[in-house]
Design a protein around this ligand. Structure first.
Ligand code: HGY
Ligand code: MN
Ligand code: MN
Length: 420
């Protein structure tokens, strides 16, 4: 007779089912896409908010769509420990990037509640409303609002339809009140720390045959828009030698940027989107806009790469009789995870899988912004082939169970350390 699976095995299976269910809440019929304050995000918040309530959390949603589930501590004046990640997704996303870091803590807290564990600190589980910068170009809008770092200038950001961030938020709140960026929810002295559980989105844990790992640092990340301008013209009557083709110039830059990044260890540079303004098959492109994303574990190297890539763009433009303009949309320094919190997390990882590997995150996370408020730690979960930002993104139930066991153990260790 098979032994009845223990509570955490069952909890991990519940987590996997919930990730599948949430993964079907989308703004698009045939793929997973959830963007800032979209109808799918509202449905996602309702679904996840229900699971938070089942776990005994008091649930609220702030004006920018962040979902916040809070469990008070029996101890008066107790500080708060924060766990969370984002509920928005990229286009045609996988179902783990973001939601794993929101749903796992909910299941972990439900398990501690089932065991009758009274934590000596309050806990908040955070489902941030926007991390991916798909609808608006400035990432981390949710965690910026939560930490009081959303700026009035951010409210002028426009989505693809020309709606400002301010108008979208005010339509969402429906109060008729003018939206003003909120103050931070907690003062640093009231917060114990922040833990984000996230799929690795890379190949290291799989190559090391480890279910989970701890993050030592999050890479520097610079993003912006490059606009190449030439001269539109008739595709049939303009001789090649007389053209100033903005798309051909941009295309030359895309390949030159790839070649440049290949030569620089640990640097990654990506052109993820490119568009021709008023493009048509029989018109020579007069204006082309492309996105550029540059990352490196070291700030100095990341900024140097940005400078050299922009010089490359200008050289190509000059040679082709084009102009080029750079508009930065993001510049986040590299963030080191907090050593004490990370070493406590590593103790739980060792207890669950024997050894703990530390790795640098090339991906950005809400922990970047949360580090401005409090010490942060991150737990990475192995994902198949290191694949992410793709519908085939996958973390196995066994690895979800290991991650869950680590987080429950970590919260119990943190409780012991807080009580002493
Ligand atoms: O782009 C990133 O690193 C994250 O997925 N937002
Ligand atoms: Mn992502
Ligand atoms: Mn993410």
């Amino acid at each position: 007779m098979r032994a009845k699976p223990d509570a955490l095995t069952q909890a991990a299976a519940l987590l996997a089912r919930r990730l599948d269910q949430l993964g079907r809440v989308s703004d698009e019929p045939d793929r997973l896409t959830r963007t800032f304050l979209s109808p799918a995000m509202e449905r996602a918040n309702a679904l996840v908010g229900g699971w938070m309530k089942e776990a005994g959390l008091a649930v609220r949603e702030d004006e920018t769509g962040n979902l916040i589930g809070r469990a008070e501590s029996a101890r008066s004046g107790a500080r708060t420990f924060l766990l969370g990640s984002h509920l928005d997704t990229v286009r045609n996303a996988g179902r783990f990037d973001g939601p794993l870091g929101v749903l796992l803590p909910i299941v972990a807290l439900a398990e501690l509640r089932r065991r009758g564990v009274a934590l000596p600190f309050a806990v908040e589980v955070l489902g941030f409303s926007e991390e991916e910068a798909v609808r608006f170009s400035g990432a981390y809008l949710g965690s910026k609002a939560y930490t009081g770092r959303l700026r009035v200038g951010d409210l002028d950001l426009r989505d693809a339809r020309g709606n400002t961030l301010r108008a979208v938020i005010e339509a969402h709140t429906g109060t008729g009140k003018k939206f003003a960026p909120p103050a931070r929810v907690h003062a640093p002295r009231d917060v114990l720390g922040y833990l984000e559980v996230h799929i690795e989105q890379g190949p290291v844990l799989e190559s090391e045959k480890l279910p989970v790992g701890v993050v030592s640092a999050i890479a520097c990340q610079i993003r912006g828009r490059l606009t190449f301008r030439g001269k539109a013209g008739h595709a049939g009557t303009t001789p090649m030698r007389l053209r100033r083709d903005a798309l051909a110039g941009a295309a030359e830059f895309v390949l030159a940027a790839e070649a440049f990044a290949r030569r620089q260890p640990q640097l990654v540079a990506t052109v993820g989107t490119i568009s021709v303004v008023a493009g048509a098959a029989n018109v020579i492109p007069g204006e082309t806009v492309l996105s550029l994303d540059v990352r490196h574990p070291l700030d100095a190297k990341c900024h140097e790469a940005r400078t050299r890539l922009l010089a490359l763009a200008r050289r190509i433009a000059r040679r082709r009789g084009l102009t080029v303009r750079w508009q930065p949309t993001m510049d986040h320094r590299a963030v080191a995870c907090a050593p004490r919190l990370t070493s406590l997390l590593a103790q739980s990882v060792r207890a669950m899988q024997g050894r703990s590997l530390a790795l640098v995150s090339g991906a950005g996370h809400d922990a970047v912004v949360m580090s401005t408020l409090t010490p942060v730690a991150m737990l990475f979960v192995r994902c198949r082939g290191g694949l992410s930002h793709h519908p085939d993104e996958y973390a196995s139930p066994a690895d979800l169970e290991t991650a869950l066991r680590v987080v429950v153990d970590f919260l119990e260790r943190l409780a012991k350390r807080t009580e002493t």
